[in-house]
Design a binder for this molecule. Sequence first.
Ligand SMILES: [Zn+2]
Length: 268
Amino acid sequence: MAGDAALQRRTGVWWDLNTCPVPDGFDPRRVRGCIESAVHKQMGHRSKVVIYAMGNLEYISSDLLEEIAYSGIVLVHAPCGGNDFRKLLGEWSQLNPSSPAYTVMLISCNYTMVDPYLFRPTRFTAFCVYPKDSRPVTLDQQPVAQKVFVGEFVWETLLNDNITCEMMTVNEDEPLCICDICDDTFEICAEFITHLKSEEHIKELSDIVPRDSWYGKPMHFAMFAIIPATTIITCSSITKVKIIIARRIWLRKWLKKRIARAGREIHK
Ligand SMILES: [Zn+2]
């Protein structure tokens, strides 16, 4: 295939940061080069590889997120596993021809994402990567999985076998960071990280979570996740202080009355 024609084709890679973290001691800035090298080896030619590091990014260190983002990998805050991946793969399918000539790779051991039935309608050539000793059971869904995934790799092996010295640059036509909850994009990683901690983001999240049918409160979330903890503590503390003061005022008045009555009885 002519080089230019191959580069016209985009390969989509979704890297689930929650189940396939960067191994200890591995430089996060080298991950992109390793993935691209592995994809090119399998395809037999170079193509434009777009990598999305996805998952619940709220609890991943800011330094790690910045290193990943500035190596040219797109960060996607998508905490709902298979539900989010279904949507992302669907969007990719709309933008790219659904043909075996196009390649996709999923790096995850979350069985809701490694679901052969999500890939089957796309007809992409698909690869699956999972951590050592964590092969998803969904890959045993024969014969569907066999038809969908043409190759499997172990995450740590893929990284170690494809370490490259090539310097990576940012994909200029892709946004740097995406919040899938708020449907918002960010060009500056620090702004994205600040956004994940913002009240605006937390409110958006609390609006989409399932609610208790009786009280209407969000299920599966602690109270501090939807209302700043300081607010609760402050309200609670103020209420307690008010009660204590009111009791003391009432007690003082009651004592004064008792003393006054006792005085009147003595003078009788
Ligand atoms: Zn958000």
